[in-house]
Design a protein around this ligand. Structure first.
Ligand SMILES: [Zn+2]
Length: 71
């Protein structure tokens, strides 16, 4: 199973789409927008607008609950 892109420990249970501020079940995300694999615990951090760092296309990004950017 694919791992969470934030903590790299828990199993992916959601496809997070930061541009849409939405979570989808894996495979049901919206095409054309970045989809980040995340688990339940890290989804909770995002829901709480906590700062999270994650890997996407082999680069590191940060989200602060208001957009996301390369770090
Ligand atoms: Zn996680």
């Amino acid at each position: 199973m694919q791992k969470c892109s934030i903590c790299r420990k828990e199993t992916k249970t959601w496809a997070w789409q930061p541009d849409l501020e939405s979570f989808y079940l894996p495979g049901n995300h919206i095409r054309g927008f970045a989809a980040i694999a995340v688990g339940d615990q890290c989804k909770g951090k995002i829901d709480n607008k906590e700062v999270v760092n994650f890997t996407h296309k082999k680069q590191r990004f940060q989200s602060n609950g208001n957009g996301w950017e390369l770090i």
